[in-house]
Design a protein around this ligand. Structure first.
Ligand code: SF4
Ligand code: SF4
Length: 426
């Protein structure tokens, strides 16, 4: 199907058209090489292919139409920002984390060079005029998770209206109260920006919508336990990435249909890789789209990724919000409780994460864990030591990878990953 010409829309958003054309070309090529070249993909992945092909087109058109109808758009970078509060005012939540090294030169004019690739990327996209999502936002919601992000938002506020949510670093009762206070402050700001009030009815609906989305993602995660695996790790990652951009109800319906198809595959013992393929659990930093480098190398080397202990993965979908509250305050408390269960390495201590890695590895029958850290990411690089010790005690093989978004280390990564997989086979 011929793609519509979105040039006037991008122009109206101030997108750098020439650079943007180049980006879309590179992305299209990378998508074809990484995803379309896979064999035996579930038919339902055609929906994801379509969403990706229209990620800067149709979806942006939808967002701008929604704005014209009086709805507000909120951009987020982290799992700690509750989408439920945004949906409660009929707002739209979009993830702005970026996974490509574009605009790095511009980003490095305002950020230190030794900043992680994820932060440089969202700055790069903004400064090079390449992200229609950022441009469409009414408010960007940041958070005080790692130091890099926390300080980066101070600078980002020069470019876009930015609200910073204080996330505690521990989980004691006083931290819980601080957290609840912060969510109350965020709720007030969302009301102010949208010009709408968060009602109990609206919040209940928001909670139900996000719970349904997470329940569908949990269903997908459970289906990946099957041997042979009914879906590649790359396709499952893509689904987890797209959930941050797509309309939540539409995404959930499409994902349920994919899961129906995967159930049939499991019943028929059909898979995307031989049952004997080494099974790998990836654990660590988030992999924002289009960051597919490491799982692509793993799967092109003959293994299968069966789970992601990551924000773009199970860390973000593990828990649902209790649907018990009647008033806005009660529901807000349920939301606060749910979000404080997330086991990001920004917390100390963070032993729950170690338990989750082991639990996932056992449950998914993973043969090994690949610990993935972005260069200069202090929280995950520091926490890698605890992961290493824990997995050694549990007797689970581990490969630690530290990388960025460039392609320069592809050859070296390939060699290391292939040698590790051979060792597992042996
Ligand atoms: S790793 Fe931590 S800071 Fe980064 S997106 Fe996940 S929860 Fe947020
Ligand atoms: S990858 Fe690490 S350093 Fe980068 S934003 Fe996330 S937690 Fe911070």
């Amino acid at each position: 199907m011929e793609q519509k010409d979105y040039t006037p829309m991008w122009e109206s958003l101030g997108i750098n058209l020439e650079a943007h054309d180049g980006l879309l070309q590179v992305l299209g090529q990378a998508y074809g090489d990484t995803f379309l070249s896979q064999g035996n993909r579930p038919k339902g992945m055609e929906y994801l292919d379509f969403v990706l092909s229209e990620i800067h087109g149709l979806r942006i058109e939808e967002l701008l139409k929604a704005k014209q109808e009086g709805r507000s758009i909120f951009g987020t970078f982290c799992l700690y920002v509750p989408e439920e509060l945004i949906l409660a005012v009929d707002g739209i939540c979009v993830g702005l984390c970026a996974g490509a090294s574009v605009g790095t030169e511009q980003a490095e004019t305002v950020l230190p060079r030794n900043t992680c690739a994820l932060i440089k990327s969202f700055f790069g996209f903004k400064m090079a005029g390449l992200c229609p999502y950022t441009e469409a936002c009414d408010l960007v919601i940041g958070e005080t998770t790692c130091d890099g992000k926390k300080k980066a938002y101070e600078i980002f506020a020069d470019y876009k209206p930015t609200f910073v949510l204080e996330v505690p670093q521990m989980k004691a009762p006083a931290d819980r109260e601080l957290w609840l206070g912060e969510l109350t402050r965020l709720a007030a700001r969302i009301e102010e920006v949208s010009g709408r009030t968060i009602t109990a009815e609206g919040l209940r609906k928001g909670i139900a919508t996000v719970n349904a989305k997470r329940a569908a993602l949990q269903r997908l995660a459970r289906l990946r336990k099957a041997r042979p695996a009914p879906i590649s790790g790359l396709d499952a990652l893509l689904i987890n990435q797209v959930q941050f951009y797509d309309d939540p109800a539409r995404f959930t319906a499409q994902l349920e249909a994919i899961c129906d198809e995967l159930e049939e595959r499991v019943a028929a013992t059909q898979g995307v890789a031989p049952a004997t393929a080494p099974r790998v659990l990836i654990s660590g930093c988030p992999m924002a789209a289009p960051n597919w480098k490491v799982p692509a190398i793993v799967e092109q080397s003959g293994a299968i990724v069966v789970g992601e202990e990551s924000c773009v993965g199970e860390r973000g979908t593990r828990n649902l919000v209790a649907e018990t509250g009647e008033t806005v305050d009660e529901m807000l408390r349920n939301i606060a409780d749910r979000y404080l269960q997330i086991d990001c390495a920004c917390f100390t201590p963070n032993t729950e994460r170690l338990d989750h890695i082991v639990e996932m590895a056992r449950d998914l029958e993973a043969d090994a864990v690949l610990h993935y850290s972005l260069m200069f990411c202090t929280p995950y690089l520091m926490e890698a030591r605890a992961v290493r010790e824990c997995l050694k005690t549990e007797g689970i093989p581990l490969l630690e990878v530290e990388t960025d978004y460039s392609t320069e280390d592809m050859g070296q990564l390939q060699t290391r990953i292939q040698a590790f997989l051979e060792m597992l086979g042996g």
